[in-house]
Design a protein around this ligand. Structure first.
Ligand SMILES: [Cu+2]
Length: 125
């Protein structure tokens, strides 16, 4: 009985790992596109405790680069580097804030990530 149950659990994990459509992780997802608005949604809102995942379903290489990465005085909070077609990029643990970003390869591609405090996580006392 127990063995059957364990096999079923393993198969379940395998199907999630191999099928992006079945990804059950509670990430905020953003799609890259080759046409406007380029990042969908163009403005994504999430909470500080939620990973953010950008997927590149296009046949083109793109990046997800925080705008402040180009300014020496500002902290560069995320820069994916090149994300190949079919690839993805995940950021987690961002503090609350508003993060405009762009594609380093195609500067016309611009998006914005808004992170709010995660109210489900108890604040440190
Ligand atoms: Cu691009």
């Amino acid at each position: 009985m127990n063995r059957v149950r364990i096999v079923a659990i393993i198969l379940g994990i395998g199907s999630v790992a191999s099928g992006p459509a079945l990804d059950l992780s509670p990430a905020t997802q953003i799609l890259m596109e080759n046409g406007s608005p380029y990042y969908v949604p163009a403005t994504a809102t999430t909470t500080s405790g939620t990973p953010v995942r950008w997927d590149n379903p296009t046949p083109t290489h793109h990046t997800v680069t925080h705008n402040d990465c180009a300014r020496d005085a500002q902290p560069c909070l995320f820069d994916s580097g090149t994300v190949a077609p079919g690839g993805h990029f995940i950021v987690s643990g961002l503090p609350a804030g508003r993060y405009p970003y762009h594609c380093g390869i195609h500067p016309i591609m611009r998006g914005q990530l808004v992170v709010t405090d995660d109210l489900s996580t108890p604040s440190q006392l």
